[in-house]
Design a protein around this ligand. Structure first.
Ligand SMILES: Cc1cc2nc3c(=O)[nH]c(=O)nc-3n(C[C@H](O)[C@H](O)[C@H](O)COP(=O)(O)OP(=O)(O)OC[C@H]3O[C@@H](n4cnc5c(N)ncnc54)[C@H](O)[C@@H]3O)c2cc1C
Length: 177
């Protein structure tokens, strides 16, 4: 077994990014509606609390989504299904168009609670009211109170992200908690 590399400070951000990347996550697209709708691929989405129902997403301070989320009262989250890797890549691509035009790439419906676009074919949808924001260094932690949550059994096989690559589940194994 190789000797673990020590984290020695900000200069090691590439190593830190690679090491964080060992933690497998799902992949979401976070959206805001309104007059300047916007969408961004995010894997920092995390369930936080059941009572009250809360979830968070961390957004880089230099991302366009940062300002959009800070200004909006609510946001949507689409948990991507395994065949939606192109959608994940598209909404992470800085060259995509802004505003309404970016949504021509994917089918969507406005969320009934927030009006935020919810992407068709997703494994689950959430709509959140912005509850609190917290300083997260070069990111801000946006904590949302869930207004709606919907799981779509037809798209049960969710897209994964680990070691800097998109993956699919090989074989699901159930955990009961
Ligand atoms: C698997 C995966 C997971 C990710 N998870 C996260 C995550 O959890 N959190 C996170 O923060 N990032 C995450 N990212 C990165 C994120 O998806 C990309 O950085 C994405 O491009 C950010 O989108 P954005 O629109 O907010 O910002 P940008 O990409 O900066 O902006 C998008 C477009 O808007 C233009 N633009 C920028 N600012 C303005 C402006 N003021 N006026 C007009 N046009 C402007 C840009 O030129 C670009 O065309 C992830 C990426 C991947 C692949």
């Amino acid at each position: 077994m190789s000797v673990p590399t020590q984290f020695t400070g900000p200069a090691d951000s590439r190593m830190l990014r690679r090491t964080f990347g060992a933690f497998a996550t799902g992949v979401t697209v976070v959206t805001v509606g309104g007059s300047t709708p916007h969408a961004m691929t995010a894997n920092s989405f995390t369930a936080v609390s059941l009572d009250p129902p809360l979830a968070l997403v961390c957004v880089g301070r230099d991302a366009m989504m940062h300002e959009a989320l800070a200004e909006c009262g609510g946001f949507g989250v689409s948990v991507l299904a395994s065949e939606q890797e192109p959608v994940a890549r598209y909404f992470a691509d800085r060259r995509r168009p802004v505003g309404d035009a970016q949504f021509e790439f994917a089918e969507w419906l406005p969320g009934p609670c927030t009006g935020a676009p919810l992407l068709a074919g997703a494994a689950a949808h959430f709509e959140c009211k912005l509850w609190r924001t917290y300083d997260g260094g070069d990111h801000t932690i946006f904590l949302g109170e869930l207004l709606a949550a919907q799981r779509h059994a037809a798209a049960d096989d969710t897209l994964l992200f680990v070691h800097g690559a998109f993956r699919r589940l090989a074989e699901p194994s159930e955990v009961t908690t």
